[in-house]
Design a binder for this molecule. Structure first.
Ligand code: CMC
Length: 433
């Protein structure tokens, strides 16, 4: 029950009633502040999957899922995708404002000069099996950065926080490319300071000590675009994991390692890899109907990967941008008729007319087309989610910094509705039936 004369919601249960204040955001739905609910009523709220729960106040990104809107710090994703660069977007997400020319140059130089890895850290790679999934390597190596940078681990010092964040953003492509080189048994390539963030990653992936990598400007542009589109997405599972880990005062490297682990799942960042597996499994447009039927089957766990989103009940604005880039990349870098892209387009078309998908508002999400571009750039499938992690590190760091700077932040400690056994007495093993 809302009291329209005051900014409160009144919750009544039997004789009991509690006044709960509303939290107003700049745009979007208001929130009911239920912090005092338990104290006032002895009741918890129950919301598995946080469907109706805002876990924090944040000023970093904004999504309107019904309208298909995504903004970083107020700027529409379409404008940033068209006119900005990944490091400029990173500056924006971290600092709240677009940089001046001098600020951008300073930030790019700072990132560039933190890209190298400590030689001892590189030895860690030898401990991983040669065919270790690069996401497993990422979790381990990023977490272990905390064993190296003791000079910036005092989380209550904003300068330490900024330095740790910068180090992670800068080193992530180097760590990722080294994981790939370990997989294929090639020597690790060092970063090149004259290259852009995206070009440097491509260089570390594909150059060898014997031959330079001749990069295509379109490959660099496409990768930069994908990094922009994946940089932040408010309180998704991995970002919430980073915040949750950080709320206990854990160091930022450990928090981001936790975020990478959460991202890996196929319902989240692992979907880009799963989409290509699925397209290959479908194999031919003639089999689409069969897979659509499987996806609709109540008892079949199969889902159309790259379809659906907790928040977007409209076309994911990022997918629209990527779809367009797919055409350009395939036209210039591949033979133009990638059968998997044709299959993806056809699958989207068929699903978009299907009652099941229409009713549930299931549209292609960011991951549906991104793998097609990565594939055209020569990036192997098990690196797709790693690329997502590189980009999202900016969002993770921005959210961790926002939370740490908030004097009101508390340890995240959800409650539960217990439904296990009630109190009972221990029975000696000889007396158990
Ligand atoms: N294929 C078939 N049915 C689906 C799909 C799908 N991809 N996604 C949702 N549904 C159905 C689901 O079975 C349910 O049907 P019903 O109401 O009959 O039980 C209904 O739609 C609602 O689904 P839900 O699982 O309650 O929705 P959710 O918000 O909990 O899950 C999701 C969101 C993204 C995990 C889910 O849509 C999904 O598993 N999609 C495939 C994986 C994927 O592409 N993930 C990438 C997400 S975007 C990148 C990122 O930011 O992580």
């Amino acid at each position: 029950m809302a009291d329209n004369n005051r900014d409160v919601v009144i919750l009544k249960h039997g004789e009991m009633s509690a006044e709960l204040e509303l939290q107003h955001g700049t745009v979007g739905p208001q929130g009911i502040d239920i912090t005092p609910l338990f104290q006032k009523t002895g009741l918890f709220t129950y919301d598995p999957g946080f469907v109706s729960t805002a876990s924090c106040r944040s000023a970093i990104s904004y999504i309107d899922g019904d309208q298909g809107i995504l903004r970083y710090r107020g700027y529409p994703i379409e404008q940033l995708a068209e006119r900005s660069t990944f490091l400029e977007v990173a500056y924006l997400l971290l600092n709240g404002e677009l940089p001046t020319q001098a600020q951008l140059e300073g930030f790019v130089s700072d990132v560039t000069h933190h890209t190298m890895l400590n030689q001892s850290l590189l030895k860690f790679y030898n401990g991983f099996h040669h065919n270790a999934h690069p996401m497993a390597v990422m979790v381990g190596v990023v977490g272990s950065l905390s064993a190296f940078y003791h000079d910036s681990l005092y989380i209550h010092n904003p300068e330490h926080r900024a330095l740790s964040g910068l180090r992670m953003i800068a080193k992530m492509p180097t760590i990722a490319a080294a994981a790939y080189k370990h997989n294929i048994g090639e020597p690790v390539m060092y970063p090149q300071n004259h290259l852009s963030y995206a070009a440097n990653f491509l260089h570390m992936m594909f150059a060898t000590p014997c031959e330079p990598y001749e990069r295509s400007p379109l490959a660099e542009e496409a990768l930069d675009l994908l990094l922009i589109l994946h940089a932040d997405h408010e309180q998704n599972a991995s970002t919430s994991t980073v915040r949750m880990a950080g709320s206990s005062g854990a160091n930022p490297f450990a928090c981001v390692a936790a975020g990478i682990a959460a991202l890996w799942g196929p319902a989240h960042g692992g979907a880009n890899e799963a989409v290509l597996d699925m397209l290959e499994e479908i194999g031919d447009v003639r089999h689409i109907d069969k897979y659509i039927a499987k996806a609709k089957g109540k008892d079949d766990p199969f889902r159309l990967m790259g379809f659906g989103h907790r928040i977007y009940k409209n076309y994911d604005p990022r997918a629209k941008i990527i779809r367009k880039m797919c055409h350009e990349v395939l036209h210039e870098l591949a033979s133009d008729d990638d059968p998997l892209f044709e299959l993806a387009l056809r699958l989207e078309e068929i699903a978009s007319r299907d009652e099941y998908f229409l009713e549930r508002k299931l549209y292609p999400n960011v991951d549906f087309y991104s793998g097609i571009i990565y594939r055209a750039l020569g990036i192997p499938r098990n690196m797709f989610t790693v690329l997502f992690a590189i980009a999202r590190t900016v969002g993770w760091v921005a959210h961790w910094m926002e939370m740490m700077a908030d004097p009101k932040h508390r340890i995240s400690r959800p409650r539960q509705v217990y439904h296990g056994a009630d109190r009972r007495d221990y029975v000696p093993i000889t007396e158990r039936s």
